[in-house]
Design a binder for this molecule. Sequence first.
Ligand code: SAM
Length: 378
Amino acid sequence: MSTYAFQLGRQRDLSQEEIAAVFIQKHVHISHSRLVGEYLLVSVDTPIDGAELMHQLGGTRLIGEKLDPKGNAEETVFSYLSTLPSDQKLHFSVSGGTHASKLAIAVKKKLKKIGRSVRYVETKNTATILHNNLVAKGSHLTIIDNVVYVTRAIQPIEEMSERDYGRPSIDDKSGMLPPKLARIMINLAMPKKEDTLLDPFCGSGTLLGEAMSLGMEHIIGSDISERAIDDTTKNLNWLKEKLACSNLTLKIFKKDVRQTTENIEKNSIDIIATEPYMGVPRSGREQKVFLQKQTEELKQLYIDAFRVFKKIMKPDGRIIFVIPRFRYKEEWITIDCQKHIEELGFELLQYEESDMPLVYARDEQFVAREIWRWKLAE
Ligand SMILES: C[S@@+](CC[C@H](N)C(=O)[O-])C[C@H]1O[C@@H](n2cnc3c(N)ncnc32)[C@H](O)[C@@H]1O
């Protein structure tokens, strides 16, 4: 049995659910899991490749692997570090609260006593760990509940922001879907590489770009706006070259979601993952009646979209769909279309740990995102 610690992103429930979905997709059985603060501790029967898994996940900051205990945490850290190659100065770091740095200093003294040349690096954030190359050296440790974990992988922040800010077309007017969230959404749908994925409100192509970088080979994007189609085309062609994708089929076209059946064959789509149109950008000064009216219009658009999805989806397909909720003073105005979507022949594909929907929200924003997972009813 191997145990791993996943340091979760800001939205812990989303990150946790993403991990559960990826493990199901990889047929890795979780025999036990437990949340300790920001860490999800997961025990599995077969060892996992932390670096590969990190490359796939959007909501995990760090993956550590449990070390066999050699006494208490301090003894375990000392015993482990003394086994690392001694031909050059050992840079190491220990995270896990104020107690961790005291422990690290005590271990450093002991290592010096046995003749090792060591430097203790104080880690303020994951950038320090990357900068000092501590993952490759196997010398960043985290203590959680007195158990020691060695860091196997760290979120590739620079790679992610290059995909986000380095792309040719950025449309900040229609509201940016954070790439990490786009990646989480795709993973929640548990796709296979050879599946066909559609985003029918593709905007500037953020979600489609994440699908490409996850290695998906059949990608379709559509949008009602000429500008969005132009942006998506530029962004995805740029990424295709950057990732050197060879087996990719890419189809991008301009269409109202209500007419996508004209361009997409019946029963041909495995995965629909989308953040749809969410109304006019909020200033925060809108009247309640305005928000309520907009809510009704969006509700109708979403129901119409699901009516089309019913025709183009494969029987075992899955949908990840964002529904916005709008903050008005102290309350949230929500869009209730679950019953209507069920009447069209869909059912919720429940999450492993959390209730439906998961909610992605930031304190200062007037719009939060509900993340729903659906499949066709059996
Ligand atoms: C929130 S953005 C989507 C962001 C996008 N998912 C991304 O990854 O960048 C919403 C998009 O919906 C498009 N849209 C609005 N009404 C539509 C409709 N009826 N059919 C298709 N697209 C529509 C807008 O042009 C806009 O690009």
